[in-house]
Write a protein that binds this ligand. Structure first.
Ligand code: ZN
Length: 240
């Protein structure tokens, strides 16, 4: 039988990573400061589900309608990936079945080193099956990434938009993408959390797994840590 030449020549379709936001998920609900009891930021039509870990979290849709927004992460899915340790590309578990360790692609732009074996990141795990195409598809990952397995990923804070009261009690934004720790309660009434940040512990360099059949969209590299350039991947840990 002759091979199907058209099929062999056709470009492979790119997958949209699980964590990426879609245009139909955007919401623009107004914010204000309430002065009842303690001053704090709130949506005008406040709901109990707006607060997570005592902080106001940005609302979002979750239906993946419209088009992918390549430079944005869906707040709900980023949070879920971090808390449940799911792969940011396929949404499956980021843990290795045999070892129980979690696979992570660490980049200069989404990582702040604490020491040689630990650090902070806002980029969720990448499972072993998705690592090869993530590295192959993303120019940023090719330039400055390292693949690790980690034993523990503990939430320690958030990236957030920062607000202060403006005229008529409406909220005025004064900061963008700032790191706010859980142990800074004085800042929590003034922020809108957009991404969960975890501390990785017992980081160990890992080999790169074999590639899978389906390539990943380059958008999977659009995860930036606001102070990443000051805290590059530890020296000697660059991917070869
Ligand atoms: Zn995956």
């Amino acid at each position: 039988m002759r091979p199907d030449v058209r099929r062999l020549d056709a470009p492979r379709p790119l997958r949209v990573p699980y964590v990426i936001a879609w245009s139909g998920e955007a919401v623009t609900h107004p914010l204000m400061f309430t002065e009842h009891g303690v001053r704090r930021l709130t949506y005008i039509d406040a709901r109990p589900s707006d607060w997570v870990d005592g902080m106001l979290r940005a609302r979002t849709g979750v239906d993946r309608g419209g088009e992918p927004v390549w430079r944005a992460l869906n707040v709900h899915r980023q949070w879920l990936c971090m808390e449940a340790l799911l792969c940011q590309v396929c949404g499956a578990s980021g843990r290795h079945l045999d070892t129980g360790r979690i696979w992570w692609v660490v980049t200069e732009t989404a990582f702040r080193a604490i020491d040689v074996a630990s650090g902070l990141t806002n980029a969720p795990p990448t499972c072993p099956a998705c690592v090869p195409d993530s590295l192959a598809s993303c120019p940023q990952l090719r330039k400055s990434s390292a693949v690790y397995t980690v034993a523990v990923a503990e939430p320690v804070g958030v990236l957030a938009e920062v607000f202060e009261p403006g005229p008529d009690g409406m909220a005025r934004r004064t900061g963008h993408n700032e790191f706010v720790r859980f142990d800074e309660p004085g800042r929590h009434p003034y922020i809108l959390a957009t991404q969960l940040v975890v501390r990785l512990e017992d980081m160990r360099p890992a080999g790169t797994p074999e590639p899978r059949a389906e390539p990943v969209s380059p958008s999977s590299c659009n995860l930036s840590w606001p102070m990443g350039s000051q805290h590059p991947v530890p020296r000697g840990k660059e991917r070869r």
